[in-house]
Design a protein around this ligand. Structure first.
Ligand code: SF4
Ligand code: SF4
Length: 164
């Protein structure tokens, strides 16, 4: 898995123009059953991919934290939300709360998340490949395929399956 992760940014870069064109066409005319197709491709990929052997998302990007996430995680630590913010978060250029540093401070050496049960919504949903109306998050997906081997494979499978 580590070899795959190492070569992923280059592979994503090589495919960038092809992927951009594909998503531009997909946006114009998405298949009626796109949500269904994406759910199938997502489930199939994650049957094969073991996130515990990867954790590249937790190591390189980290999520944004909504107010609900902050309240829930602060409660888990028996902290006040503001204490949690002061200790772990900063505000980024889009005015969102994000981690002060990556790799994520809650990631263990064994790639387990120490706050798994209460982790941010963005972590639960990453890489968003089973999101409804997937064609609408193409810019984000083009970035995610350089980080997430599963997202990369899912986009490759999409291009084979969906003729645009
Ligand atoms: S979601 Fe993607 S990047 Fe994150 S651990 Fe799983 S395969 Fe790796
Ligand atoms: S909170 Fe957990 S799942 Fe989210 S980035 Fe940190 S270690 Fe990964």
């Amino acid at each position: 898995m580590q070899d795959v992760i190492k070569t992923l940014p280059k592979q994503a870069k090589d495919k960038h123009n092809e992927n951009k064109k594909f998503f531009a066409k997909l946006k114009k005319k998405p298949p009626k059953n796109l949500d269904y197709i994406m759910q199938e491709l997502h489930d199939e990929e994650f049957r094969k991919t073991d996130c515990l052997k990867c954790a590249n998302c937790c190591k390189t990007t980290g999520p944004l934290f909504t107010d609900k996430d902050i309240d829930r995680i602060a409660k888990f630590f028996k902290m006040k939300p503001q204490q949690f913010i002061d200790r772990y978060l900063r505000i980024d250029e889009d005015n969102d709360y994000v981690l002060q540093s990556v790799p994520c401070t809650f990631l263990g050496a064994d790639n387990y998340c120490s706050i798994y049960e209460v982790r941010p919504k963005a972590c639960r949903e990453f890489p968003h490949t089973d999101k409804k109306k997937f064609q609408q998050i193409s810019s984000l997906t083009l970035k995610n395929i350089a980080i997430c081997p599963a997202a990369f494979n899912i986009v490759e499978a999409m291009k084979k399956q969906i003729k645009v």
